[in-house]
Design a protein around this ligand. Structure first.
Ligand code: CUA
Length: 347
């Protein structure tokens, strides 16, 4: 049934855990609406004949429908709308809530290409390697205009905005190569802003990653303004940025409050703001605070931090976030263990 519907509707391959449930909702909605449209069309057509003018000067009868009929006309469609809502909402919560044990990848969009960076590994342009059967979370940002990261085979699409991070996640189910498209008109070569996701069997991926990391040590980086011109990992690069930009003059790394809040254990910490509101210091909060630091002031601190808009490139901001994420009190060497990030997911 699934295959028949997929073929009729010309849908792409189903290569992630989401794909099937997105398609099932699609089938449900489209079947109900098609059946009702055909029924309404046929009924209208039948009425043309049934109620046509037979004699000249024939008067039109006034039809008063029964209450029961009117209720049915309201309730039957409502039941379908509610069923779509329930199924859609359940799936929406699933799609927008990444599991705890994801492998994170930073995605940077610019006219007209996709760049990928692993927190503890290599950078790549255009091609993202991921393992099958492990959840992967993407943290996306843009260097210039709004783009949208679209993988038809995975049924994921997420806007990519300059100056802030959005996130999405997926779990690929079949090794293979899948197209990445940009789904937001972004200029002359928008239609050619494509990339590729290479899904590898988990063991093969681990080997590939080890190989890539070994290569990092002696790679000669070309530098440039849009990639860390740096040999190490994103975390090490973030530490360099933090020192270079003077972040550490106000933010301590050892837990002591200074001019600004400490960075130790900051990631995912619950902070109370001056307004009394509480927030979780996630990627979005951390990057927003670099761009617009006075928007959300943590209680007890002064609004003295200058904006870093224009001073930090998107990869710099990503690296800083990774650096902050690595600062856990149980992990004081500032680098997350490779095992912690790439440990195979047990299920
Ligand atoms: Cu990027 Cu369209």
């Amino acid at each position: 049934m699934n295959e028949i519907m997929r073929t009729i509707l010309w849908l792409p391959e189903q290569a992630s855990t989401f794909a099937k449930s997105v398609d099932e909702l699609h089938y449900f909605v489209i079947t109900v609406t098609m059946v009702s449209s055909v029924a309404v069309g046929l009924l209208a057509f039948g009425f043309f004949f049934k109620f046509r003018q037979i004699r000249p000067r024939q008067s039109t009868p006034t039809v008063v429908p029964s209450v029961r009929f009117e209720l049915a006309v309201v309730i039957v469609p409502l039941v379908f709308f509610l069923a779509w809502f329930v199924q859609g909402y359940r799936d929406y919560v699933w799609y927008t809530t990444p599991p705890k044990d994801t492998m994170d990848v930073y995605v940077m969009a610019k006219k007209w290409m996709w760049k990928f960076a692993y927190p503890d590994g290599p950078n790549a342009v255009g091609t993202l390697h991921v393992p099958a059967h492990r959840p992967v979370r993407l943290l996306l940002t843009s260097r210039d205009v709004i783009h949208s990261f679209f993988v038809p085979d995975f049924r994921i699409k997420m806007d990519v905005l300059p100056g802030r991070y959005t996130e999405t996640w997926f779990e690929a189910t079949k090794p293979g190569r899948y197209q990445v498209l940009c789904a937001e008109y972004c200029g002359t070569w928008h239609s050619q802003m494509w990339g590729e996701i290479v899904v590898m069997p988990p063991a093969e991926f681990d080997e590939w990653m080890l190989h890539q990391r070994a290569g990092l040590a002696d790679r000669v980086d070309s530098g440039g303004d849009d990639g860390p011109g740096f040999h190490g990992t994103l975390v090490e690069y973030g530490k360099k940025v933090a020192m270079g930009q003077g972040c550490l003059k106000c933010h301590s790394l050892d837990g002591d409050p200074h001019i600004g809040p400490t960075w130790l254990d900051l990631y995912h910490r619950r902070e109370t703001l001056e307004t009394g509101e509480t927030i979780i210091a996630d990627e979005a909060y951390l990057t927003d605070s670099m761009i617009d630091p006075r928007a959300k002031i943590v209680k007890g601190y002064k609004a003295v931090m200058p904006t870093y808009r224009g001073k930090l490139t998107a990869p710099d901001a990503a690296a800083l976030v990774e650096f902050i994420k690595s600062l856990r009190s149980q992990n004081l060497d500032n680098v997350p263990s490779k095992e912690a990030i790439y440990e195979p997911v047990r299920r």
